[in-house]
Design a protein around this ligand. Structure first.
Ligand SMILES: NC(=O)c1ccc[n+]([C@@H]2O[C@H](COP(=O)([O-])OP(=O)(O)OC[C@H]3O[C@@H](n4cnc5c(N)ncnc54)[C@H](OP(=O)(O)O)[C@@H]3O)[C@@H](O)[C@H]2O)c1
Length: 324
């Protein structure tokens, strides 16, 4: 059985090994007419899912100001009211939006805007401090990112955030943040199909947590999609390409399905178990919008990391498929 907590990098904060991704519960939002949300949601079900996760031992929640154009932070605030002391809350900044129109309207990482965005997130979440404040512009200029870091250190001094990180897949950019004492984590895309060894090396040598977004490949690793699956017009997964990337994911999943479900795991639990085994720095944050998903994913905590033999077998199969 796995340990019931992991450490959120240099923050020293203890978090459950599996967190809760709060993008989908924000509901619909658009950028330039294209969906950047997961379609309609029922806020009562979202709150119930967060409570089910808490009851199952999940203590780490990841949202962003832009998710649902502010709505996700409001739902998280509503669900966690009165239980703030039990949880670690991460949110993100960098994107500007019109909350009424549910539209992204640009990006800003100037010091004045970061301070404003932080105050607005604190208000929507209904908290007086953000545990982990993450920069959401993954491809931002690394030289200009020095100014972002300086502003974040000021927010730590002001007591508005406890620690910070960058959501980026690029280790060279991550290194700019890693030099700063209150940088606790890097958020990276990682799942059993898409590894990022250079980032794992950096995280482990720098003592940072690696928060895994896309741990279920947006649901594709749960086994519920086929090449015939279609998505609503307001679902970001409308862009899935089952004759390309997502098709390769489904083919690979067929080959590793039995290994992932060993020991009585569901497929989602197996995919999360792969991440737990990949690095002790990793904290996967599966996106969740129902009570059943919250309970299934939290079940990965008790199953723990996949074993060394399972990891080696998966690696060998993915090498044969040209995915390693
Ligand atoms: N740039 C960034 O910083 C960034 C980018 C992406 C994500 N993130 C963060 O990472 C989190 C997770 O990543 P992700 O949203 O890309 O997706 P993901 O975790 O790979 O997949 C989440 C989706 O899979 C489905 N699902 C989850 N658990 C399931 C289960 N047990 N059984 C069946 N289906 C299940 C749900 O979709 P349905 O029920 O809708 O089918 C859910 O919305 C986000 O919520 C967000 O917090 C950050």
């Amino acid at each position: 059985m796995t340990s019931t907590t992991r450490t959120l990098g240099r923050s020293g904060l203890a978090v459950s090994p599996i967190g809760f991704g709060c993008w989908a519960i924000g509901g619909p939002a658009f950028r330039d007419g294209n969906p950047i949300g997961w379609g309609k949601v029922d806020d009562d079900e979202s709150v119930a899912a967060i409570h089910a996760a808490l009851d199952a031992g999940v203590t780490f929640f990841d949202t962003a100001n832009i998710y649902g154009a502010g709505h996700s932070e409001r739902v998280v605030g509503r669900a966690l009211a009165g239980r703030r002391h039990e949880v670690v809350i991460a949110t993100k900044f960098g994107n500007l939006f019109d909350e009424e129109a549910k539209r992204a309207i640009g990006r800003d990482a100037s010091p004045a805007s970061i301070r404003e965005q932080c105050d607005a997130s604190l208000a929507r979440l209904g908290v007086d401090v953000i545990d982990l404040y993450q920069f959401h512009i993954g491809d931002y200029d690394p030289v200009q990112a020095e100014t972002v870091v300086a502003t974040l250190e000021e927010l730590v001094d002001a007591g508005k955030i406890r620690s910070f990180g960058w959501s980026t897949d690029d280790p060279e950019r991550a290194k700019v943040f890693a030099r700063s004492p209150h940088c606790a984590a890097i958020q990276l895309h990682a799942n059993v199909i898409d590894d990022n060894p250079a980032m794992v090396e950096l995280l482990e040598s720098a003592g940072l947590a690696g928060i895994n977004r896309g741990p279920l490949a947006m649901g594709a690793l749960t086994g519920k999609f086929s090449r015939e699956t279609t998505f609503a017009a307001d679902d970001v997964r409308r862009r899935f390409d089952f004759s390309g990337k997502e098709g390769r994911t489904l083919d690979a999943l067929d080959r590793i399905r039995d290994i992932l479900t060993s020991g009585g795991r569901t497929l989602a639990q197996g995919a999360l178990g792969w991440l737990l085994a990949r690095s002790p720095a990793f904290v996967p944050i599966p996106g969740i919008r129902t009570v059943a998903q919250a309970q299934d994913n939290a079940g990965a905590i008790a199953h723990g990391p996949l074993g060394a033999q399972e990891m080696a077998e998966i690696d060998q199969i993915l090498k044969q498929l040209g995915l390693r």
